[in-house]
Design a protein around this ligand. Sequence first.
Ligand SMILES: CC(C)(COP(=O)(O)OP(=O)(O)OC[C@H]1O[C@@H](n2cnc3c(N)ncnc32)[C@H](O)[C@@H]1OP(=O)(O)O)[C@@H](O)C(=O)NCCC(=O)NCCS
Length: 131
Amino acid sequence: MVSRGRLIDVTELGGFFAVSDGEIVGILTYDIQEGACEVVTIDAVKPRLGVGRLLLEHMAALATSKGWSRLWLITTNDNVPAQNFYKECGWTLVAVHEDALKESRRLKPEIPLTGIDNVPIKDEWEYEWQL
Ligand SMILES: CC(C)(COP(=O)(O)OP(=O)(O)OC[C@H]1O[C@@H](n2cnc3c(N)ncnc32)[C@H](O)[C@@H]1OP(=O)(O)O)[C@@H](O)C(=O)NCCC(=O)NCCS
């Protein structure tokens, strides 16, 4: 992944997963830098069953218990479903980093030019959870 101009190897990150009936139904990875926690990936196997919300709630509880200074994440401008999800889960949009994907593609050229609904992927949207 690339986030805020930093290449991140997600296989080296901490994380946790949600299980239902013995099957993994969702997974979240996070990264700690200088005491702040970034949610790097969040995926639900089947959408709209409440798994994503549970993962974020667990993340917030973990961040509180660890005393991390900040909990934040990045999504891209095309990912309107994720933006709606973060808003619905009570996260706050704190910054829009215009044209951030230029730098991301320098680090990871295979990032596609367009994303969801064929929208050009251009900006990073930064969300934060109030700890
Ligand atoms: C984004 C994602 C993790 C959300 O997980 P989820 O389990 O589907 O979300 P939840 O069921 O917990 O949704 C909680 C609430 O968020 C809102 N929401 C979730 N997905 C939404 C969507 N696609 N459109 C609009 N609102 C949405 C709804 O209000 C929902 O509550 P409701 O279903 O009772 O109306 C999941 O859709 C996913 O894996 N997407 C693909 C990967 C991805 O884009 N990850 C984020 C990268 S930044």
